[in-house]
Every structure is written in structure tokens, then in C-alpha cells.
Design a protein around this ligand. Structure first.
Ligand code: S3P
Length: 172
């Protein structure tokens, strides 16, 4: 199958964006543009280190600049956004204008189970002492952005392959 335009994946940390992105890129034989990995490669630092060094505001500005670059790449690709990417500035509008957007939905309980052992790698989570409550609150703030994606895929109880197959089944 030939991809005609970019596919972008949005959703909360731990929703499986990177794994599903890899599966999709492999299945559709197209490039994978994973924003967090690109940032880490270019800066030669982990996201946690970058966050600590420049703060969230500058990180968001850098992320927006990168998104603008990625949506304008000529070859159709799978763009994996960071969890916060579509929730700042005009990012969700940019994503909807240049890509087919997919929200990978997972309930807070599942996100909590996946994220509780990853606090050290996820800068935003370090702030939250009561992790479950923190996830619920941030998810509620972000859902209005995620929900603007063209498609919502419910991921609970599904493997990355199954989620990727649902993306492909939309006919993108
Ligand atoms: C963030 C999510 C992370 C990363 C950064 C900020 C967020 O990406 O971009 O730590 O604001 O939710 P993942 O969703 O890939 O973990």
C-alpha cells in the first residue's frame, strides 16, 4: 500500500504512539519521524535532560519548529508526536492541515499502569507526587486537543499490531 500523505499519531505519554508508529512505518514501508527521538538525536541529550536545561516553554517552541519542518517533508511519513505536541500553540491545526491525524486513546488507569515505572524518563511526571491523579488531570486538560484528531482509535486491550491495523483500515 502506498501512503499518499503523512499520518500523525497523537495521544498521552504511554499511549503506545512510538510502538504503533514503528509498526505502521514497517507495514506501510515509509519513513518514521518520531519527534522525541529526532529531538534527542539532534541535541544529543535525553528529553529529560533537555527539559531540565531549557524549561518547558523553550521545549514547546523547539517542538513546534520541528513539527513545522516535519509536516513539510515531501515524502509521506509516519509522524509520532510527543504527548504534549498537539496541545500547544497552533499545533493541532497544523497537524490536521498537513497530515491525517490519529488519536491513540487509552484510559487513565491503563496509562498509569504503563507509566508508573517510567517516571525518571518522563520529565513532566516527576512533578506529580500522586501519579494517578496527575495523569487524570493532565489527560482531562489535553483531551480537547487530542479529540480534534480526525480519527480516534481505542487502544485498551489491543496490541500495537492491532492498533496499526485499525489505522490502515481507515483507508489512509
Ligand atoms: C511530553 C511527552 C513526551 C515528551 C516530553 C513531554 C508531554 O513524549 O515529548 O517528555 O508533554 O506529554 P511521549 O508522549 O512520547 O512520552
Amino acid at each position: 500500500m502506498n501512503l499518499h500523505s503523512h499520518i500523525s499519531l497523537v495521544g498521552f505519554m504511554g499511549s503506545g504512539k512510538s510502538t504503533v508508529g514503528k509498526t505502521l512505518a514497517h507495514a506501510l514501508q515509509c519513513p518514521l519521524l518520531d519527534m522525541d527521538s529526532i529531538i534527542e538525536r539532534r541535541k544529543r541529550k535525553s528529553i529529560a535532560t533537555i527539559f531540565a536545561a531549557i524549561g518547558e516553554e523553550k521545549f514547546r517552541a523547539y517542538e513546534r519548529q520541528l513539527l513545522l519542518e516535519l509536516v513539510n517533508t515531501p515524502q509521506p511519513a509516519i509522524i509520532v508526536c510527543g504527548g504534549g505536541t498537539p496541545c500547544f500553540a497552533d499545533a493541532i491545526d497544523m497537524l490536521n492541515a498537513y497530515t491525517t491525524t490519529f488519536y491513540l486513546h487509552a484510559p487513565a488507569k491503563i496509562l498509569h499502569a504503563r507509566l508508573k515505572n517510567e517516571v525518571a524518563q518522563r520529565p513532566l511526571l516527576q512533578e506529580g507526587k500522586k501519579l494517578r491523579k496527575f495523569i487524570k488531570g493532565l489527560l482531562a486538560q489535553r483531551e480537547p486537543f487530542y479529540r480534534q484528531a480526525k480519527f480516534t482509535i481505542y487502544t485498551a486491550g489491543k496490541t500495537a499490531r492491532e492498533v496499526a491495523a485499525e489505522v490502515v483500515a481507515t483507508g489512509v
